[in-house]
Design a protein around this ligand. Structure first.
Ligand SMILES: [Zn+2]
Length: 411
C-alpha cells in the first residue's frame, strides 16, 4: 500500500503520546526513540524502541502549522524593495504595490507560496490578504477556489486585512456575509499613534459584525516601539463595554507589550486569558523592522513577551509573517528557516514543552484544526522526517527532509 510505512525515529517527547511510556528511551535533549507504523494514512502503531545502542538517524515532527503569513504580497521585494527596511518604508511601498495589483498577480503569488509551503512541510496556514474598499469582491471567490484546490494537502485560512473603518461600510458587511458561508476571518490594524475614542468606536463595530456573522477576528496589534500595550488596552476595554465574550480573537504581534513592567504584562495577560484571546509572536518582522537606526545597533527589540504571556495562561504561537516583500526581504515559507532564526533570538529551548507547544500545539488550536499535532496512535500520518539525531542537526545546516502527507511521500 502506498500510504503505509514504518520507521524508527526520534520524536520530541512532548509531541509524542505513547501508551508504553515506562519503556521509553529518552535522550538528554528530550528526544525519544520510537518505532512508528502507519496504514491508510493514519498512525497504526507507536511503540518504544528498546535498543539502547543504535540511536535512530531521523527526527520526526508533525507537519507544521503557520499561523501568520501574507501570501498576497510574497515575493514582491524584487519589484518593491524597502531598502530603508523600516516600518514606515514598508507601509508606503506596500501602498505603491497596491496600485499595480491585479487579481491574477495575487493568485499567482498565493499559488507559488502554497506550493513552497507544502513542499517545506506545512499542513495548515493562515494568510492575511490586504483588503480595501475599491477592491472587487471577486478576488475572494478566486481565493476560495484555491483554498479548495489545495485542501487535500493543506488547510488554508484567509484573513481580510482591512482598515478598521472598512468593517463599518456596506462593502465590509457584504464581505463578512460572504465569509459566513465560505469561512474567512476579519482582520485589521491597531498600531499607535491612534485616537483612542475613535479606534474604540470602529473596533466595536467590527466586533459586533463578527458576532453577527459568527466570525473570528485577527488583528495586527501593537506592532510598535511606542505607547506600549496601547492597542491591547483599547481592545480589552472595548470588549468589556460591549459585554460580548464569544468572539474568538487573535492578537498578532503584540510586540510593544515587552516594554511594560513585569506585573503589567502578567496583569494584561490574565485579562487576555480570561477572554480567551490568543497571541501570535512574530519575531522575524519585529526584529527586522522595529526600533531601527542606521547609525546604532540597539539591543532593544520589541517582540511579544512569550514566556510571561504563557505564564498568564495565554496560548502563544510563533509565526513567520512576511516572505520576500517590503516588510521582510528573506524567507521561503520554510518552518526550519523561521525556527533557526527565532529559537536563538528568543532564547527558547527546543527541548522544552512550552517551546514546542508554541510551534506545534498552540498553532493547531489557533487554527481550530481537527488534529492537535500530537503524534499518537490514530493520528494522521502527516510528518516531516529529517536526517537528524540532535537539535543541532535541525537548526544548523542544509536539511534533508521528507514530507509525508496522509502517509504518502510528497515529491
Ligand atoms: Zn502580518
Amino acid at each position: 500500500m502506498s500510504n503505509s510505512g514504518t520507521a524508527e525515529v526520534l520524536i520530541p517527547r512532548s509531541l509524542c503520546l505513547i501508551e508504553d511510556f515506562d519503556n521509553l528511551i529518552i535522550d538528554v535533549e528530550d528526544l525519544c526513540s520510537v518505532s512508528i507504523s502507519w496504514e491508510d494514512g493514519f498512525v497504526s502503531e507507536l511503540k518504544p524502541l528498546k535498543n539502547k545502542i543504535t540511536k535512530p538517524k531521523n527526527i520526526l515532527f508533525p507537519r507544521f502549522v503557520e499561523t501568520h503569513s501574507h501570501f498576497d504580497k510574497s515575493f514582491t521585494w524584487a519589484d518593491f524593495p524597502n531598502l530603508e527596511a523600516n516600518y514606515g518604508g514598508a507601509l508606503s511601498i506596500n501602498l505603491k504595490e497596491h496600485k499595480t495589483r491585479t487579481t491574477d498577480k495575487v493568485l499567482e503569488r498565493v499559488e507559488k507560496s502554497l506550493k513552497l509551503a507544502i513542499q517545506n512541510g506545512y499542513r495548515a496556514i493562515r494568510s492575511h490578504i490586504d483588503t480595501y474598499k475599491s477592491q472587487s469582491i471577486d478576488i475572494w471567490i478566486e481565493l476560495f477556489k484555491l483554498q479548495k484546490k489545495f485542501s487535500s494537502e493543506l488547510t488554508l485560512q484567509f484573513v481580510a486585512l482591512a482598515p478598521l473603518e472598512f468593517w463599518d461600510t456596506p462593502s465590509g458587511e457584504k464581505l463578512a456575509k460572504t465569509f459566513s458561508s465560505h469561512g474567512g476571518i476579519l482582520g485589521g490594524v491597531i498600531v499607535p499613534p491612534f485616537n483612542k475614542k475613535y479606534t474604540s468606536k470602529v473596533l466595536a463595530k467590527m466586533l459586533l459584525l463578527a458576532s453577527k456573522y459568527k466570525l473570528e477576528i485577527d488583528l495586527h496589534i501593537d506592532e510598535s516601539i511606542i505607547e506600549p500595550g496601547a492597542g491591547i488596552k483599547v481592545l480589552l476595554e472595548t470588549i468589556e463595554n460591549l459585554k460580548i465574550n464569544s468572539i474568538p480573537i487573535t492578537c498578532s504581534h503584540l510586540s510593544s507589550l515587552i516594554s511594560l513592567s513585569h506585573s503589567e504584562i502578567l496583569n494584561l495577560g490574565e485579562k487576555m486569558a480570561e477572554k480567551n484571546i490568543k497571541v501570535i509572536a512574530l519575531p522575524l518582522t519585529n526584529f527586522w523592522l522595529l526600533n531601527r537606526s542606521n547609525k546604532t545597533t540597539s539591543l532593544k527589540r520589541p517582540v511579544a513577551p512569550i514566556k510571561q504571556l504563557q505564564k498568564s495562561q495565554v496560548d502563544v504561537s510563533i509565526g513567520s509573517d512576511n516572505v520576500q516583500d517590503p516588510w521582510y526581504p528573506f524567507g521561503n515559507f520554510d518552518p526550519f528557516y523561521m525556527l533557526s532564526c527565532s529559537i536563538p533570538m528568543l532564547q527558547l529551548n527546543p527541548w522544552e514543552r512550552m517551546t514546542l507547544s508554541s510551534i506545534f500545539l498552540a498553532p493547531s488550536r489557533l487554527l481550530n484544526l481537527k488534529w492537535d499535532g500530537l503524534i499518537k496512535k490514530g493520528c494522521p500520518a502527516d510528518f516531516v522526517i529529517l536526517d537528524a539525531q540532535r537539535w543541532a542537526d535541525v537548526f544548523s545546516s542544509t536539511l534533508k527532509r521528507k514530507v509525508f502527507i496522509k502517509g504518502d511521500l510528497h515529491c
